[in-house]
Design a protein around this ligand. Sequence first.
Ligand SMILES: *Cc1c(COP(=O)(O)O)cnc(C)c1O
Length: 341
Amino acid sequence: MAKKNIDWSNLSFSYMPTDKRYVSMFKDGAWDEGALVDDPNIVLNECACVFQYAQTVFEGLKAYETEDGRTVIFRPDLNAQRLADSARRLSMAPFPEDRFIDAVKQTVKANLDYVPPYGSGASLYIRPFLMGTNAVIGVQPATEYMFRILTTPVGPYFKGGVKPIYIKVSDYDRAAPHGTGHIKAGLNYAMSLYPIVKAHEEGFAENMYLDAATRTYVEETGGANFLFVTKDGKLVTPKSDSILPSITRRSLMYVAEHYLGMEVEHRPVPFEEVPEFAEIGLCGTAAVISPIGKISDHGKDICVPSGMDEIGPVLKKLRETLINIQECRIEAPEGWVHVIE
Ligand SMILES: *Cc1c(COP(=O)(O)O)cnc(C)c1O
């Protein structure tokens, strides 16, 4: 094994094809045995359900090296479960959960030379996805599906230190009540493109979406859940049926309670309460925690007490503890860290 000659610490979050990808096809009511393939391109009929009616769902996780040179992945069982939940909501054939982890491990193993070395801050991003592949013109679910896993090396999320971001309250909605906000589907991202491009043009890093029905509760951003820390040190995370159940958020709630002895509340969070919090952050696989320094509410700034210079002390501790668990410097709860062998 020889690592590829890549400038690991200067990688960005962009696609770089690696040697192998995993493919399994569903046809006549059954999944085939699956295989690793070389070709990064997909040839499909022009009328495939994925093209006409966006019948596609995905996952995101990462593989990284630990200090002792092992390559590991974090809680892939939750990705397996969430992908199957997402598939069922779009009437797709779910990829068997008991095969998902093996497929991810095979794919990472076949691309080990692309797993960034320990200490570079970079990781091998893993993107499992599922799509309806046969031709349909009437609106109906496909009967044939492709499950695929691609990997791509990505750089550290924060180069040169964790920096708080400035976000805005969006006037657009991300997810309807009883809609698809709780599943990881491309369609939720397609409709977030226009608002995020506009927010970026205005100088904001992200959009804070409120609940679509009443615009009074905090939901999430386009791709990350919110974390709030109260002045007396409680961790509060918004609860709603239209929020995507982030694996990072669920892990941080556990870490806060069981490793740091914090009180944790998972409940609806009124937007009115936001100025009361001591620290605010976003969480997801890529950044783990990204601190928020300021929120623009229609021209009026809510300045988070922890400020724009650095991450607040509670979120800092939480972030470091989870990263230490992921990188095996602190013992992980049973089943959280899977070694690629
Ligand atoms: C993927 C995603 C997240 C983060 O989930 P993780 O499992 O922690 O990576 C949060 N919100 C949305 C909308 C997402 O798609």
